[in-house]
Design a protein around this ligand. Structure first.
Ligand SMILES: [Zn+2]
Length: 275
């Protein structure tokens, strides 16, 4: 009896703590398990996602993004034709079909590739570019993201969550909160890959890849510091991390252009698409 006495208060004092620790451990294990399951679904979704699903999800993301960022510029026949004359040779060179382009009425200088080949060009990009070849360079870069499915990987967690919630809610559209543009921000490795792809595409379609480097210098004259000024929406430098190495790699691939990306009349038409 005497021996148990000193131990008794300690035991009764330990019990709630022990229970709390055990419960906490169970909760942590449960959360970790759920997280692993979620990540597994996310990974499998990107690996096994039927391309038709990826295209549908990407379109929904792109349309939602357009609604949030000033709306889509309505294109008349001449403007649509000019855009097609710019993009079609690039798509052929990239061996990509089924890429859809949208122009958003927004002043930010950017272009974004959503999953499934939905590419949004922002008006600010057309306003800022001083040649159609610069726009072609950025478009070729975005086609690199499409080809390598970077955006599907970048937003895979969001796609998983989106798909799960859409399934559970029967497509009620309640899940838009999961869309976070940060998921579209490329890693430096993805940017290098998209640049290399753009260089190939520009070469194949008779354009000088230097136009892409010229454009990157134009929007980041400070020398590729990566510090992106202007928080108006989300600009190209924040979704496409820049480095001098990237610019130099593209410039090293310079060659004489065989043609211009667009004729003067088409270029004027395209530049004024949102007016
Ligand atoms: Zn990029």
């Amino acid at each position: 009896m005497r021996q148990t006495l000193p131990g008794s208060p300690r035991r009764s004092g330990d019990s709630p703590l022990k229970i709390a620790l055990i419960l906490g451990g169970i909760l942590a294990a449960l959360l970790a398990g759920l997280w692993l399951i979620f990540k597994a679904i996310s990974f499998l979704l990107v690996a096994l996602l039927p391309t038709s699903w990826e295209a549908a999800i990407g379109e929904a993301f792109a349309v939602h993004y357009l609604e949030e960022s000033g709306g889509q510029c309505p294109m008349r026949a001449a403007e649509a034709a000019a855009l097609k004359r710019l993009t079609a040779p690039l798509m052929t060179a990239a061996e990509l079909q089924d890429v859809r382009f949208y122009i958003a009425d927004n002043a930010a200088v950017n272009a974004l590739a959503f999953p499934g080949g939905h590419v949004v060009i922002l008006r600010g990009l057309l306003d800022t570019a001083t040649s159609p070849d610069m726009v072609a360079g950025v478009v070729a870069h975005e086609l690199g993201h499409v080809y390598h499915r970077h955006s599907a990987e970048g937003v895979s967690d969001q796609i998983a969550l989106w798909a799960i919630i859409e399934t559970l809610t029967g497509g009620s559209g309640l899940s838009w909160w999961v869309l976070d543009l940060a998921g579209l921000a490329g890693s430096r490795a993805a940017e290098r890959e998209a640049d290399a792809f753009a260089v190939e595409v520009m070469h194949t379609s008779g354009l000088d890849p230097r136009a892409l480097a010229d454009f990157l210098r134009l929007i980041d004259p400070e020398g590729a510091s990566g510090a992106s000024g202007g928080d108006e929406l989300i600009n190209l430098l924040s979704t496409h991390p820049l480095s001098n190495e990237r610019i130099e790699a593209v410039e090293a691939a310079a060659r004489k252009a065989e043609r211009a990306a667009l004729g003067a009349r088409d270029w004027t038409t395209l530049k004024d698409v949102c007016d």
